[in-house]
Write a protein that binds this ligand. Structure first.
Ligand SMILES: [Zn+2]
Length: 409
């Protein structure tokens, strides 16, 4: 097990302890080359948001303009006369075709770029294997939601967008329920953590915070990546806290405990359920936008694209184009919602674990793939977690105020 967090001298308790100076001392622990490296990686990610969006739009427009979407529908109609089967056949053509058309960007982003920055651990073969599995998962999930939404559209011609948002929300809940139990094991092995030296302090922390956890789970994330992380996943009975093996291998005991405090914060503060509530608003607005913009687009280009009406499966690329535009514009809002919850979990975790130095060390480890000190607007737009600098500062502020607490440090 790695040794105890090494605390820079300025960040050690002293009568003239200063949160800002302590934060800067932690920041100075990061070698300049590492900082430049992770800044470049993360800033490149800003552009990828734009390129992913534009590339997706281009693929959708291509399928519509060239009449490929209508041709896939025609083929489905020749195969069967059952409408639900036609939808299924259409999706069976559409999902693999778009996976092929977007493959150049997928392989750059998910394979070459990750290797260039030293974050990937897979060779090309196993990576392709994972891509293939993901395609099969997408086919099954895409078929379920596609069939449901198109039958809603056919049944409720005027109010489909209201029922559609409800069905989509239930679908999100469904994926949340089955995800940790059935989807995660397709890509990784999840095991119960057995080492009492690791689980003892974690389970004590859980019990102290009213969490009825008997087990902590470990995932072999090192199969794909060098990133350290942990998460709370699932809903109701499937909810669980999982640490990844990179964190277990490289994190100090204090760091692991501070990360677990953060994850327990998500649990105790009911972040999963609050996120669902927030999602229901976002999904409802997305459907309102899609309903309006679909009618508008079909009036203009429906005949040219040979998309008959909103109940025609050939409309799928247009729906996804309009949906991706909505998400793209909303990026800062969605990031800010998540980041705000993450900050709450940070505060909870500091109070629960009482490990400000472990937390600072964790922020530096996460800084291997996140920019440590962005500008305030940059953080607002692009960050779905508080920046490393702000996380260390929060920990040092906590430490400064708790130096007077009996029993602390
Ligand atoms: Zn979190």
């Amino acid at each position: 097990m790695p040794t105890i967090a090494t605390v820079p001298s300025t960040a050690k308790p002293s009568p003239n302890f200063n949160a800002e100076a302590a934060t800067n001392a932690w920041m100075a622990e990061i070698p300049a080359a590492s900082k430049a490296h992770s800044d470049a990686y993360f800033e490149g990610g800003y552009w990828l948001i734009l390129w992913d969006f534009l590339y997706g739009v281009a693929v959708s427009l291509l399928l519509l303009q060239l009449g490929w979407s209508a041709a896939m529908r025609d083929l489905a109609e020749r195969i069967t006369r059952f409408r639900w089967l036609q939808t299924l056949f259409y999706l069976g053509e559409y999902i693999p075709l778009t996976a092929i058309l977007t493959f150049p960007l997928t392989v750059y982003e998910g394979f070459f770029r990750e290797h260039r920055y030293g974050l990937a651990t897979q060779t090309f073969g196993p990576w392709m294997g994972d891509q293939f599995k993901a395609l099969l998962v997408n086919l099954v999930l895409g078929a379920i939601i596609g069939l449901l939404l198109l039958s809603v559209v056919r049944r409720f011609r005027g109010t489909w967008w209201i029922w559609g948002s409800l069905v989509s929300l239930l679908f999100v809940v469904f994926v949340g329920l089955v995800g940790p139990v059935y989807l995660t094991p397709i890509f990784n092995t999840v095991t119960k953590l057995e080492d009492p030296k690791v689980t003892g302090p974690i389970l004590r922390l859980a019990r102290a915070n009213g969490i009825p956890a008997k087990d902590v789970y470990e995932i072999d994330a090192s199969r794909q990546t060098t990133r350290m992380s942990a998460n709370v996943s699932g809903l109701g009975g499937t909810m669980r806290i999982t640490l990844n093996d990179n964190l277990l291998k490289r994190g100090s005991p204090e760091e692991i405990l501070s990360v677990m405090g953060h994850e327990m914060g998500h649990y105790v503060l009911n972040h999963v359920y609050k996120a669902l509530l927030f999602s229901s608003v976002v999904i409802f607005l997305a459907f309102a936008w899609i309903r309006w913009s679909l009618d508008w687009s079909l009036m203009r280009w429906g005949a040219k694209w040979r998309v008959r009406d909103i109940a025609d499966p050939a409309i799928v690329p247009l729906v996804l184009l309009l949906g991706s535009l909505f998400v793209f514009v909303l990026t800062p809002v969605l990031n800010t919602y998540v980041r705000t919850a993450e900050y709450e979990a940070d505060m909870y975790g500091l109070n629960a674990s009482r490990q400000p130095d472990g937390f600072a060390q964790g922020a530096i480890h996460l800084g291997e793939y996140r920019k440590m000190k962005p500008g305030p607007i940059e953080e607002w737009i692009f960050f779905d977690h508080p920046s490393g600098y702000n996380r260390i500062y929060a920990a040092m502020r906590w430490k400064a105020e708790n130096l007077q607490t009996p029993g602390a440090n």
